[in-house]
Every structure is written in C-alpha cells, then in structure tokens.
Design a protein around this ligand. Sequence first.
Ligand code: AN7
Length: 356
Amino acid sequence: MNRLGVIDRYRAFLPVTDKTPVVSLQEGSTPLLPAPRLARELGLPETSVYLKFEGMNPTGSFKDRGMTVAVSKAVEENASAVVCASTGNTAASAAAYAARAGLRCVVLLPDGKVAAGKLAQSLIHGAEVLAVKGNFDAALDLARRASQELGLALVNSVNPYRIAGQKTAAFEVVEALGRPPEYQFMPVGNAGNITAYWAGYREVATREGLGLPRMMGFQAWGAAPIVLGKPVAKPETIATAIRIGNPASWKAAEAARDESRGAIARVKDAEILAAYRMLARLEGVFCEPSSAAGVAGLVALAKAKAIEIADPKELRIVCVLTGHGLKDPETPKSLPHKWRAVPADFSALKKALAKR
Ligand code: AN7
C-alpha cells in the first residue's frame, strides 16, 4: 500500500518547505468508522455516529500527526536531541520518530502512572526514560526548563509544529464525510488536540465555505481544571493519559469551546469505563480508557436528550478515539468478564458451554 504521511499529504497547509527533511512513519489516513450499533443504543439516528480511530496511527495514537512535523522541523533546525514530558503517548511517539531521525530523545514520565504499552514503546525505541517523582504538570515544567537551559528541542504540544500536524485530522474528517460534522466529541488533557482540531476545522471552513462543528471536550472528573476554572493540584483518574491538572493550551481550548458554541464538561471514571466497554462490545473497536471520555460525554448528552437534531438523516457526530486499547493491557482485566478455566476434556467443555 502506498500511503502518504501527513506532511506529504497536506504539505501546502503545513509549516514545511522543500528543504524540510521529512521524518515520517506514514501516519494519518486513519479510519472514520460508522458506529450504528452504538448510535442505536444511545437512541440516536443510526447513521449519525462516527469514530475517528486515531489508534490506527503508527505508534497507536494521534500524537504521530504532530510528531512527524515537530521532529522533521527539529532536524531541519539542526537539533541533536528532543525532550518531552508525557502521560505516555507523546513519549512513545517522540521516541519512535526520534529513533527514525537518529536523534537523542529524553522523556519525562510521571512515575508509576504510565500505561504499560506506552512505557514499553519509549524503552524499545531507545529513549532516555526519566520517571519523575511527581505528576505530568511537574514533568512539563522540567521539560520546558531542559529545553530553555540545555538546548533540547521541546516536542510537547506547546510546540506549534505539533498543533499544525494534528490539525490534519480535521481535514480527514471533512474529506470522509464530505463536510464537517455537527458535533465533535473528544477527550481533553493538555488541551492541544482540541486546539488543533478547531484550527483545522476553521481552516477548511474558510477555504471551502463550510460550516463548523460544535467542539465537545471531556475531562476526567478528578482532573477537570478547565471545567472547574482552576488548576487541580493532585489530578486523579484511571484515564492516566488525561491525568493533567494544569493544561498548557487551556486558553485555546476555551476559545474552541466558546467560538464553536460547544462545551467542556467532565465525566466520572465509571462512565469512561462503561463507554470503553461499549465501544469494544458494540462496535469491535478497542481504544484506551482516556479515548472513551468523549464517548462517555456523548452517552450522557444523548441520555439527557441534549443533542440537537435538526434533520435525523443529516446529523453527523464524530467521536475522536485518540489512542489504541493495546496501549493499556491492564485495565480490561479489572472489569467483569466471561472467563473461566476448564479441564482439557471435551465433556467438561460441553458442560461449561451449556451454562452461559
Ligand atoms: C490517548 O502523551 O498529554 O488534550 O503526554 O494520550 O491534546 O493533551 C496525552 C494526551 C487524549 C489528551 N487521549 O489530548 C501525553 C498526553 C490520549 C492521550 C489525550 C492524550 P490533549
């Protein structure tokens, strides 16, 4: 398959020139999956709900869209090393793209709070992994200082090249639907992604004379600074990717919310886990828990009959599933399952299958 990465596909809309060396893993071009069984379960029109499955990117999350641009520009600007703080996915992506570019990569991770798959990725790609005895917000402060004082290129989403790359997901949604959706639901952590999608939707709307979606962002209940209107000193949630108390793109996320007549609200861990299971069981789509926060928000609004439906046939709702479920192999085991041991014996198997 000849797949273009996001720089080659959207070159004209990105801050690159012919001189920029392209560091790519053929990221982007992710599926936009219809979710009719989920829609029916929520009492929404069957053709209305779509899943932008960003877990299908090379390192398993949306971060790759921004990382290809950030690392390509770091190489162009003669950086010899990159640094980031991360709840796991940014680190995994930075580690992979830095490896591909032959750059040194330093990742600062909140000690003990990173899902197993993400840590495994940073390690195998050869990043220098530093487990910070503190949360993401403390790690980001350290990464900023390391960038300023030690000259490492910072590849967190405060780097505008990251946001530029990530806005390409909005371009793909519009291409797939033929127009922007009425609503977009997504998780919010450091708030770079909601900022990037909003920039992307605004760009296509201006270019092609189209409308704009309402941006619906969801934080975890115990890590909801934007909802509460103040930083959270000790953010807590099972959705470790969005365990962030002081988002870097706070103001831009509020602008996306307000300009789009959208909302930023919070969902409980139990609601996140319920949506996570629902996606896996109704649609065959396995995302990581944080990714399900947007869907949990949709479930809550659909239940409250708070989704505006002008024309049921025309309604389009996109849920962004930011990361792959395999990133976090532990969480599924904590949920109830049909799982039992059987002796290696056919009559025992028959008996076991008879009682469901
Ligand atoms: C799966 O990797 O912040 O609101 O350091 O991994 O743009 O931060 C990850 C965030 C949603 C939130 N879903 O996006 C990091 C990091 C997943 C994520 C978010 C993250 P932003």
